[in-house]
Design a binder for this molecule. Structure first.
Ligand SMILES: *Cc1c(COP(=O)(O)O)cnc(C)c1O
Length: 378
Protein backbone atom coordinates (compact mmCIF):
# COMPACT_ATOMS: atom_id res chain seq x y z
CA UNK A 1 0.00 0.00 0.00
CA UNK A 2 1.11 3.55 -0.64
CA UNK A 3 -0.52 5.13 2.42
CA UNK A 4 -3.18 7.15 0.65
CA UNK A 5 -5.60 4.21 0.32
CA UNK A 6 -7.03 4.93 3.79
CA UNK A 7 -7.94 8.44 2.71
CA UNK A 8 -10.24 7.19 -0.06
CA UNK A 9 -11.63 4.39 2.12
CA UNK A 10 -12.41 6.93 4.86
CA UNK A 11 -14.23 9.06 2.31
CA UNK A 12 -16.38 6.04 1.44
CA UNK A 13 -17.19 5.51 5.13
CA UNK A 14 -17.92 9.17 5.78
CA UNK A 15 -20.29 9.41 2.83
CA UNK A 16 -21.69 5.92 3.52
CA UNK A 17 -20.99 4.63 0.02
CA UNK A 18 -20.47 1.03 1.17
CA UNK A 19 -21.80 -0.56 -2.00
CA UNK A 20 -20.79 -1.81 -5.43
CA UNK A 21 -21.36 1.72 -6.71
CA UNK A 22 -20.24 5.16 -5.61
CA UNK A 23 -17.80 8.03 -6.21
CA UNK A 24 -14.62 5.95 -5.81
CA UNK A 25 -15.76 3.60 -8.57
CA UNK A 26 -16.62 6.46 -10.92
CA UNK A 27 -13.27 8.14 -10.24
CA UNK A 28 -11.25 4.93 -10.51
CA UNK A 29 -12.86 4.10 -13.86
CA UNK A 30 -12.16 7.58 -15.21
CA UNK A 31 -8.57 7.45 -14.00
CA UNK A 32 -7.99 4.02 -15.54
CA UNK A 33 -9.42 5.19 -18.86
CA UNK A 34 -7.22 8.29 -18.74
CA UNK A 35 -4.11 6.32 -17.76
CA UNK A 36 -4.51 3.62 -20.39
CA UNK A 37 -5.86 5.89 -23.12
CA UNK A 38 -9.01 3.78 -23.58
CA UNK A 39 -12.31 5.61 -24.15
CA UNK A 40 -13.87 4.12 -21.01
CA UNK A 41 -13.37 1.53 -18.26
CA UNK A 42 -15.64 -0.65 -16.09
CA UNK A 43 -14.50 -1.66 -12.60
CA UNK A 44 -15.35 -5.27 -11.79
CA UNK A 45 -14.76 -7.83 -9.06
CA UNK A 46 -11.83 -9.58 -10.79
CA UNK A 47 -9.80 -9.85 -13.96
CA UNK A 48 -11.48 -13.19 -14.58
CA UNK A 49 -14.90 -11.49 -14.45
CA UNK A 50 -13.67 -8.90 -16.97
CA UNK A 51 -12.65 -11.67 -19.40
CA UNK A 52 -15.99 -13.42 -18.88
CA UNK A 53 -17.90 -10.19 -19.54
CA UNK A 54 -15.98 -9.53 -22.76
CA UNK A 55 -16.82 -13.01 -24.04
CA UNK A 56 -20.47 -12.44 -23.10
CA UNK A 57 -20.50 -9.08 -24.90
CA UNK A 58 -19.18 -10.82 -28.02
CA UNK A 59 -22.07 -13.28 -27.77
CA UNK A 60 -19.87 -16.33 -27.31
CA UNK A 61 -21.64 -19.53 -26.33
CA UNK A 62 -21.87 -23.27 -26.83
CA UNK A 63 -20.45 -24.48 -30.12
CA UNK A 64 -18.13 -21.47 -30.51
CA UNK A 65 -14.36 -21.61 -30.53
CA UNK A 66 -12.02 -19.14 -28.82
CA UNK A 67 -8.27 -19.05 -29.41
CA UNK A 68 -6.10 -18.29 -26.37
CA UNK A 69 -2.41 -18.16 -25.46
CA UNK A 70 -1.33 -21.46 -23.94
CA UNK A 71 1.48 -20.00 -21.82
CA UNK A 72 -0.57 -18.27 -19.13
CA UNK A 73 -2.44 -18.55 -15.86
CA UNK A 74 -5.61 -20.65 -15.97
CA UNK A 75 -7.84 -17.57 -15.46
CA UNK A 76 -7.16 -16.48 -19.05
CA UNK A 77 -9.08 -19.47 -20.40
CA UNK A 78 -11.55 -20.48 -17.69
CA UNK A 79 -14.17 -17.97 -18.90
CA UNK A 80 -14.16 -19.74 -22.29
CA UNK A 81 -15.46 -22.79 -20.45
CA UNK A 82 -17.94 -20.66 -18.43
CA UNK A 83 -19.49 -19.77 -21.80
CA UNK A 84 -19.61 -23.39 -22.91
CA UNK A 85 -17.22 -22.58 -25.76
CA UNK A 86 -14.18 -24.54 -26.85
CA UNK A 87 -10.65 -23.20 -26.34
CA UNK A 88 -7.85 -23.75 -28.85
CA UNK A 89 -4.41 -22.98 -27.47
CA UNK A 90 -1.67 -21.10 -29.30
CA UNK A 91 2.05 -21.46 -28.53
CA UNK A 92 4.55 -18.71 -27.64
CA UNK A 93 7.31 -17.27 -29.81
CA UNK A 94 10.85 -16.60 -28.57
CA UNK A 95 11.00 -12.77 -28.79
CA UNK A 96 8.22 -12.09 -26.25
CA UNK A 97 7.31 -15.58 -24.93
CA UNK A 98 3.76 -14.54 -25.88
CA UNK A 99 1.39 -15.68 -28.64
CA UNK A 100 3.22 -16.75 -31.79
CA UNK A 101 1.89 -15.04 -34.93
CA UNK A 102 3.15 -18.06 -36.94
CA UNK A 103 1.14 -20.50 -34.84
CA UNK A 104 -1.88 -18.20 -34.91
CA UNK A 105 -1.69 -17.94 -38.70
CA UNK A 106 -1.71 -21.72 -39.11
CA UNK A 107 -4.56 -22.08 -36.60
CA UNK A 108 -6.62 -19.44 -38.43
CA UNK A 109 -5.93 -20.98 -41.84
CA UNK A 110 -7.06 -24.39 -40.58
CA UNK A 111 -10.15 -22.95 -38.92
CA UNK A 112 -11.01 -21.01 -42.07
CA UNK A 113 -10.70 -24.15 -44.19
CA UNK A 114 -12.98 -25.98 -41.76
CA UNK A 115 -15.41 -23.06 -41.77
CA UNK A 116 -15.02 -22.82 -38.00
CA UNK A 117 -13.25 -19.52 -37.34
CA UNK A 118 -12.94 -18.51 -33.67
CA UNK A 119 -15.34 -15.91 -32.27
CA UNK A 120 -12.48 -14.23 -30.38
CA UNK A 121 -8.75 -14.46 -29.73
CA UNK A 122 -7.48 -13.91 -26.17
CA UNK A 123 -3.92 -12.56 -26.30
CA UNK A 124 -2.04 -12.61 -22.98
CA UNK A 125 0.84 -10.26 -22.10
CA UNK A 126 2.82 -12.45 -19.76
CA UNK A 127 4.86 -11.14 -16.83
CA UNK A 128 4.44 -7.63 -18.23
CA UNK A 129 5.90 -8.22 -21.69
CA UNK A 130 3.54 -7.04 -24.43
CA UNK A 131 2.87 -9.48 -27.28
CA UNK A 132 3.66 -8.77 -30.95
CA UNK A 133 0.46 -6.75 -31.33
CA UNK A 134 1.05 -5.46 -34.88
CA UNK A 135 1.33 -8.97 -36.27
CA UNK A 136 -1.45 -10.45 -34.12
CA UNK A 137 -3.92 -7.61 -34.82
CA UNK A 138 -3.18 -7.81 -38.53
CA UNK A 139 -3.89 -11.55 -38.61
CA UNK A 140 -7.12 -11.25 -36.62
CA UNK A 141 -8.13 -8.27 -38.75
CA UNK A 142 -7.81 -10.36 -41.92
CA UNK A 143 -10.57 -12.62 -40.62
CA UNK A 144 -12.46 -9.90 -38.74
CA UNK A 145 -12.00 -11.63 -35.38
CA UNK A 146 -12.17 -9.51 -32.19
CA UNK A 147 -9.16 -9.55 -29.89
CA UNK A 148 -9.39 -9.57 -26.10
CA UNK A 149 -6.13 -8.55 -24.44
CA UNK A 150 -5.47 -10.22 -21.11
CA UNK A 151 -3.31 -7.45 -19.65
CA UNK A 152 -3.81 -8.71 -16.08
CA UNK A 153 -0.02 -8.82 -15.60
CA UNK A 154 0.98 -5.91 -17.83
CA UNK A 155 -0.71 -2.77 -16.50
CA UNK A 156 1.72 0.07 -17.24
CA UNK A 157 3.51 -1.77 -20.05
CA UNK A 158 3.85 0.03 -23.36
CA UNK A 159 3.96 -1.15 -26.98
CA UNK A 160 4.99 1.43 -29.57
CA UNK A 161 3.81 4.32 -27.41
CA UNK A 162 0.45 2.77 -26.44
CA UNK A 163 -0.57 1.04 -23.23
CA UNK A 164 -1.02 -2.73 -23.27
CA UNK A 165 -4.72 -3.61 -23.20
CA UNK A 166 -5.76 -0.88 -25.66
CA UNK A 167 -5.14 -2.63 -28.99
CA UNK A 168 -7.91 -5.20 -29.00
CA UNK A 169 -11.65 -4.64 -28.87
CA UNK A 170 -11.39 -5.26 -25.12
CA UNK A 171 -8.56 -5.11 -22.62
CA UNK A 172 -8.68 -6.48 -19.10
CA UNK A 173 -6.56 -5.74 -16.03
CA UNK A 174 -6.42 -7.45 -12.65
CA UNK A 175 -5.94 -5.95 -9.19
CA UNK A 176 -5.55 -9.28 -7.43
CA UNK A 177 -3.20 -9.21 -4.44
CA UNK A 178 -0.22 -10.45 -6.44
CA UNK A 179 -0.44 -7.93 -9.29
CA UNK A 180 1.63 -4.77 -9.77
CA UNK A 181 -1.11 -2.68 -8.14
CA UNK A 182 -3.92 -4.21 -6.12
CA UNK A 183 -7.33 -3.65 -4.59
CA UNK A 184 -6.94 -7.02 -2.78
CA UNK A 185 -9.19 -8.36 -5.51
CA UNK A 186 -10.64 -6.64 -8.53
CA UNK A 187 -10.42 -6.06 -12.24
CA UNK A 188 -11.06 -3.56 -15.01
CA UNK A 189 -12.53 -3.91 -18.48
CA UNK A 190 -11.48 -1.24 -20.99
CA UNK A 191 -12.55 -0.55 -24.55
CA UNK A 192 -13.02 2.23 -27.07
CA UNK A 193 -16.56 0.95 -27.62
CA UNK A 194 -18.44 2.98 -25.01
CA UNK A 195 -21.78 1.38 -25.94
CA UNK A 196 -20.47 -2.12 -25.25
CA UNK A 197 -19.05 -0.96 -21.92
CA UNK A 198 -22.46 0.44 -21.00
CA UNK A 199 -23.80 -3.03 -21.65
CA UNK A 200 -20.95 -4.48 -19.55
CA UNK A 201 -22.10 -2.38 -16.56
CA UNK A 202 -25.65 -3.64 -17.12
CA UNK A 203 -24.57 -7.31 -17.29
CA UNK A 204 -22.28 -6.88 -14.26
CA UNK A 205 -25.18 -5.65 -12.11
CA UNK A 206 -27.57 -8.57 -12.65
CA UNK A 207 -28.92 -7.21 -15.97
CA UNK A 208 -31.76 -5.33 -14.38
CA UNK A 209 -34.15 -3.82 -16.94
CA UNK A 210 -35.15 -0.15 -16.76
CA UNK A 211 -38.28 -0.78 -14.70
CA UNK A 212 -39.10 0.12 -11.09
CA UNK A 213 -40.09 -3.45 -10.34
CA UNK A 214 -37.30 -6.02 -10.61
CA UNK A 215 -37.49 -7.19 -14.19
CA UNK A 216 -34.86 -9.16 -16.07
CA UNK A 217 -34.78 -10.09 -19.75
CA UNK A 218 -31.20 -11.28 -20.01
CA UNK A 219 -28.80 -13.29 -17.88
CA UNK A 220 -26.65 -11.06 -15.70
CA UNK A 221 -23.85 -11.39 -13.18
CA UNK A 222 -22.86 -9.85 -9.86
CA UNK A 223 -19.46 -8.61 -11.03
CA UNK A 224 -19.15 -4.99 -9.88
CA UNK A 225 -16.28 -3.74 -7.75
CA UNK A 226 -16.96 -2.45 -4.24
CA UNK A 227 -16.71 1.32 -3.71
CA UNK A 228 -14.36 0.63 -0.77
CA UNK A 229 -11.94 -1.32 -2.93
CA UNK A 230 -12.15 1.23 -5.73
CA UNK A 231 -10.79 3.68 -3.14
CA UNK A 232 -7.77 1.42 -2.71
CA UNK A 233 -7.45 1.28 -6.50
CA UNK A 234 -7.43 5.09 -6.84
CA UNK A 235 -4.50 5.42 -4.47
CA UNK A 236 -2.68 2.48 -6.05
CA UNK A 237 -3.00 3.91 -9.54
CA UNK A 238 -1.30 7.09 -8.31
CA UNK A 239 1.86 5.06 -7.56
CA UNK A 240 1.72 2.72 -10.57
CA UNK A 241 4.56 4.44 -12.41
CA UNK A 242 6.73 4.22 -9.29
CA UNK A 243 5.94 0.52 -9.03
CA UNK A 244 6.89 -0.05 -12.65
CA UNK A 245 10.18 1.78 -12.07
CA UNK A 246 10.84 -0.33 -8.94
CA UNK A 247 10.11 -3.62 -10.73
CA UNK A 248 12.30 -2.62 -13.63
CA UNK A 249 15.12 -1.79 -11.21
CA UNK A 250 14.75 -5.22 -9.58
CA UNK A 251 15.00 -6.81 -13.02
CA UNK A 252 18.09 -4.71 -13.94
CA UNK A 253 19.81 -5.76 -10.71
CA UNK A 254 19.31 -9.44 -11.48
CA UNK A 255 20.53 -9.01 -15.05
CA UNK A 256 23.63 -7.21 -13.81
CA UNK A 257 24.30 -9.83 -11.14
CA UNK A 258 24.29 -12.72 -13.63
CA UNK A 259 25.80 -10.92 -16.61
CA UNK A 260 28.98 -13.02 -16.50
CA UNK A 261 27.33 -16.34 -15.77
CA UNK A 262 26.84 -18.64 -18.76
CA UNK A 263 23.55 -20.48 -19.15
CA UNK A 264 21.36 -17.83 -17.55
CA UNK A 265 19.10 -15.63 -19.62
CA UNK A 266 16.12 -13.43 -18.96
CA UNK A 267 12.73 -12.81 -20.52
CA UNK A 268 13.44 -10.55 -23.49
CA UNK A 269 11.98 -7.11 -24.07
CA UNK A 270 10.83 -6.47 -27.62
CA UNK A 271 12.12 -3.35 -29.41
CA UNK A 272 9.81 -0.36 -29.02
CA UNK A 273 8.17 -1.89 -25.95
CA UNK A 274 8.55 -1.24 -22.23
CA UNK A 275 7.62 -4.11 -19.93
CA UNK A 276 6.43 -3.34 -16.41
CA UNK A 277 8.66 -6.30 -15.41
CA UNK A 278 5.91 -7.50 -13.10
CA UNK A 279 7.99 -10.60 -12.42
CA UNK A 280 11.60 -11.18 -13.39
CA UNK A 281 11.56 -14.48 -15.29
CA UNK A 282 14.85 -16.27 -15.83
CA UNK A 283 15.81 -19.29 -17.95
CA UNK A 284 18.39 -21.77 -16.69
CA UNK A 285 20.22 -23.79 -19.33
CA UNK A 286 20.50 -27.15 -17.58
CA UNK A 287 23.37 -28.42 -19.75
CA UNK A 288 25.41 -25.27 -19.29
CA UNK A 289 24.80 -24.81 -15.55
CA UNK A 290 24.23 -28.41 -14.41
CA UNK A 291 21.33 -27.06 -12.38
CA UNK A 292 17.68 -27.89 -12.86
CA UNK A 293 14.88 -25.46 -12.10
CA UNK A 294 13.60 -27.70 -9.31
CA UNK A 295 17.08 -27.80 -7.71
CA UNK A 296 17.13 -24.03 -7.89
CA UNK A 297 13.67 -23.67 -6.37
CA UNK A 298 14.68 -26.10 -3.58
CA UNK A 299 17.90 -24.22 -2.83
CA UNK A 300 16.03 -20.93 -2.57
CA UNK A 301 13.25 -22.46 -0.50
CA UNK A 302 15.84 -23.93 1.92
CA UNK A 303 16.82 -20.38 2.91
CA UNK A 304 13.21 -19.20 3.02
CA UNK A 305 13.22 -17.47 -0.38
CA UNK A 306 10.05 -18.04 -2.35
CA UNK A 307 10.40 -18.41 -6.10
CA UNK A 308 7.98 -20.04 -8.53
CA UNK A 309 8.04 -22.09 -11.71
CA UNK A 310 6.75 -20.36 -14.84
CA UNK A 311 3.06 -20.91 -15.68
CA UNK A 312 2.36 -24.47 -16.77
CA UNK A 313 1.05 -24.25 -20.36
CA UNK A 314 -2.72 -24.65 -20.48
CA UNK A 315 -2.67 -27.31 -23.19
CA UNK A 316 -0.79 -29.50 -20.66
CA UNK A 317 -3.32 -28.94 -17.87
CA UNK A 318 -5.54 -31.89 -16.93
CA UNK A 319 -8.51 -29.49 -17.06
CA UNK A 320 -7.89 -28.88 -20.75
CA UNK A 321 -6.93 -32.41 -21.73
CA UNK A 322 -7.74 -33.11 -25.36
CA UNK A 323 -7.92 -29.47 -26.49
CA UNK A 324 -6.17 -28.50 -29.69
CA UNK A 325 -2.80 -26.75 -29.60
CA UNK A 326 -0.83 -24.99 -32.33
CA UNK A 327 2.93 -24.92 -31.76
CA UNK A 328 5.26 -22.15 -32.90
CA UNK A 329 7.20 -24.53 -35.14
CA UNK A 330 5.68 -27.77 -36.36
CA UNK A 331 6.32 -30.38 -33.69
CA UNK A 332 8.19 -28.06 -31.31
CA UNK A 333 6.35 -26.40 -28.44
CA UNK A 334 8.22 -23.35 -27.24
CA UNK A 335 6.09 -22.77 -24.14
CA UNK A 336 6.77 -26.32 -22.94
CA UNK A 337 10.50 -25.59 -23.16
CA UNK A 338 10.10 -22.30 -21.33
CA UNK A 339 8.06 -24.02 -18.63
CA UNK A 340 10.74 -26.66 -18.15
CA UNK A 341 13.68 -24.28 -17.96
CA UNK A 342 12.37 -21.11 -16.34
CA UNK A 343 11.46 -19.69 -12.95
CA UNK A 344 10.18 -16.38 -11.61
CA UNK A 345 12.51 -14.71 -9.14
CA UNK A 346 11.31 -12.67 -6.17
CA UNK A 347 10.36 -9.35 -7.79
CA UNK A 348 8.26 -7.31 -5.35
CA UNK A 349 8.20 -3.54 -5.76
CA UNK A 350 9.35 -3.09 -2.16
CA UNK A 351 12.25 -5.56 -2.36
CA UNK A 352 15.41 -4.09 -0.86
CA UNK A 353 18.85 -4.37 -2.42
CA UNK A 354 19.87 -6.52 0.57
CA UNK A 355 16.99 -8.92 -0.17
CA UNK A 356 18.11 -9.15 -3.75
CA UNK A 357 21.73 -9.80 -2.78
CA UNK A 358 20.50 -12.72 -0.65
CA UNK A 359 18.70 -14.22 -3.66
CA UNK A 360 21.71 -13.74 -5.94
CA UNK A 361 24.16 -15.16 -3.36
CA UNK A 362 22.03 -18.25 -2.86
CA UNK A 363 21.84 -18.83 -6.60
CA UNK A 364 25.55 -18.24 -7.14
CA UNK A 365 26.40 -20.71 -4.40
CA UNK A 366 24.30 -23.39 -6.12
CA UNK A 367 25.74 -22.63 -9.58
CA UNK A 368 29.33 -22.67 -8.23
CA UNK A 369 28.77 -26.00 -6.48
CA UNK A 370 27.26 -27.51 -9.63
CA UNK A 371 30.20 -26.26 -11.71
CA UNK A 372 32.74 -27.82 -9.31
CA UNK A 373 30.80 -31.12 -9.23
CA UNK A 374 30.65 -31.35 -13.00
CA UNK A 375 34.37 -30.44 -13.34
CA UNK A 376 35.24 -33.22 -10.86
CA UNK A 377 33.14 -35.82 -12.65
CA UNK A 378 34.52 -34.85 -16.06
C1 LIG B 1 -4.15 -12.74 -12.41
C2 LIG B 1 -4.44 -13.10 -13.79
C3 LIG B 1 -5.77 -13.19 -14.26
C4 LIG B 1 -6.97 -13.14 -13.39
O1 LIG B 1 -7.14 -12.03 -12.64
P1 LIG B 1 -8.02 -12.13 -11.30
O2 LIG B 1 -8.22 -10.70 -10.93
O3 LIG B 1 -7.19 -12.88 -10.30
O4 LIG B 1 -9.29 -12.82 -11.62
C5 LIG B 1 -5.97 -13.44 -15.61
N1 LIG B 1 -4.95 -13.62 -16.43
C6 LIG B 1 -3.68 -13.57 -16.03
C7 LIG B 1 -2.58 -13.75 -17.02
C8 LIG B 1 -3.37 -13.33 -14.69
O5 LIG B 1 -2.10 -13.32 -14.28
Amino acid sequence: MSGKERYYIDQAFETNWIAPLGPNIDAFEKQMAAYTGAADAVAVSSGTAAIHLSLQLLGIGAGDTVFCSSFTFVASANPILYCGAEPVFIDSEPDTWNMSPDALRRALEDANRQNNLPKAVIVVHLYGQVSKMDELMELCGQYDIPVIEDAAESLGSIYKGKQSGTFGQFGIYSFNGNKIITTSGGGMLVSDDVELLRKARFLATQARDAAAHYQHSSLGFNYRMSNLLAGVGRAQLEVLDERVAARRAVYENYVGAFADRAGISFMPELNETRSNRWLTAVLIDEKETNVTTSELLDALSAVNIEARPLWKPLHLQPLFQGTRFYSHLEGISLCERLFQSGICLPSGSSMTVIDQVRVVDCMNELFDKAAINSAQSA
